[in-house]
Design a protein around this ligand. Structure first.
Ligand SMILES: *Cc1c(COP(=O)(O)O)cnc(C)c1O
Length: 369
């Protein structure tokens, strides 16, 4: 079996995906073709915000969001150390400093109770990540941000389709940023991403930055970059939206079924914790286990692919060594990095495959004990 099965989805959607791609090949508008605008309209409606600005990746979207907010040298952005590199990387690329805050031991998301203590006169934004597909407690984060007049950027690369208190991920803060990397909950057949906001001015700035800071052809009021989404990727995403609601439902069902199987067969294993008022789209279904590396090896040997999201928190990455935050600085994030193990997950995984995975898990636990 595969860690993430994308082939069944393609088989299901083949005729619409192929037709959509063929239409692009016929009209030939590969850059900013009509599918890009169509996708942006559909996604803005889905998320429930005024503006969607598509872009070339979920890394580029973070960069564009922070550029639109004017973040640069000497500024500080508060974020989590337990995330994919992009989150901290784009802060540093702009010459700003990522200010890490340890994570909540239940969810692995930024711990809102620890944010206020690190706010300084240089703080320019708070950038939480909706890890594994679940949003952190945005009511608390937004209240702190409002008190200090700070914008909030949600790194929703893993959570497109998730809900928090009746609203969708990407609609919960000043700017929402997501990724369409193929293995994300809404994945393209290449790189892609999108930004969401209700703020007209920020939307205009992000649209300009996406295309070399231009407001009309060859006229550049600001510095930008080439951050456009390919028309072909927009076409693929439009076809994939056809069954996206079903996929979100399936992801939740699959996770519930894993929860039940695992709590019966392996009661010592900690299954994902979803906070009240939130749903997860389970970009990853991630357990916490003892002897993680031994367990992962045993599972791989019995034919169950696994992954570790993430083995090294950002403050311990060589790229951030100048921050001088050694082992012990963020103990909860460090414990998660030692203990997390993600199982095969996706809308098309079958109950038989899930039983096979949990059987292998039970046996692997016994073999390494
Ligand atoms: C995947 C991911 C990104 C980067 O998205 P790309 O489209 O691969 O550039 C950023 N942040 C988080 C939390 C991610 O999981």
């Amino acid at each position: 079996m595969e860690f993430i099965d994308l082939k069944t989805q393609y088989r299901d959607l083949k005729s619409s995906i192929n037709a959509r791609i063929e239409r692009v090949l016929e009209h030939g508008q590969y850059i900013m073709g009509p599918e890009v605008a169509e996708l942006e309209t559909r996604l803005a409606e889905y998320v429930g915000v005024k503006h969607c600005i598509s872009a070339s990746s979920g890394t580029c979207t973070l960069l564009i969001a922070m550029m639109a907010l004017g973040i640069g040298r000497g500024d500080e952005v508060i974020t989590t150390p337990f995330t994919f590199i992009s989150t901290g990387e784009m802060i540093a690329l702009l010459g700003a400093t990522p200010v890490f805050v340890d994570v909540d031991s239940r969810t692995g998301n930024i711990d809102p109770a620890k944010i206020e203590a690190v706010i300084t006169p240089r703080t320019r934004a708070i950038m939480p990540v909706s890890l594994y597909g679940q949003c952190p407690d945005f009511d608390v984060i937004n209240a702190i941000a409002a008190q200090y007049g700070l914008p909030v950027i949600e790194d929703a690369a893993q959570s497109f389709g998730a809900a928090y208190k009746g609203r969708r991920s990407c609609a919960l803060s000043t700017i929402g940023s997501t990724s369409f990397f193929p293995s994300k909950p809404l994945g393209a057949y290449g790189d892609g991403g999108a930004l969401f906001t209700d703020d007209d001015q920020l939307a205009k700035a992000m649209r300009e930055i996406r295309v070399h800071g231009q407001d009309r052809r060859y006229h550049h009021p600001r510095i930008g970059l080439n951050g456009r989404l390919d028309t072909l990727q927009a076409a693929v995403l439009l076809a994939k939206l056809e069954r996206f609601d079903w996929e979100v439902e399936r992801r939740i069902q699959v996770a519930n079924h894993y929860d039940n199987l695992i709590s019966a067969a392996c009661p010592d294993v900690m299954t994902p914790c979803i906070i009240s008022g939130a749903t997860s789209v389970f970009a990853q279904y991630t357990l916490q286990v003892d002897l993680r590396d031994e367990l992962s090896r045993a599972l791989n040997e019995s034919g169950v692919p696994t992954a570790v999201h993430y083995p090294v928190p950002l403050h311990l990455q060589p790229a951030f060594s100048q921050l001088n935050q050694g082992v012990g600085t963020f103990p909860v994030a460090e414990a998660w990095a030692r203990r997390v193990l993600s199982l095969p997950m996706g809308p098309d995984i079958t109950e038989a495959q899930q039983s096979f995975v949990v059987d292998a898990l039970r046996q692997a636990l016994r073999s390494i004990a």
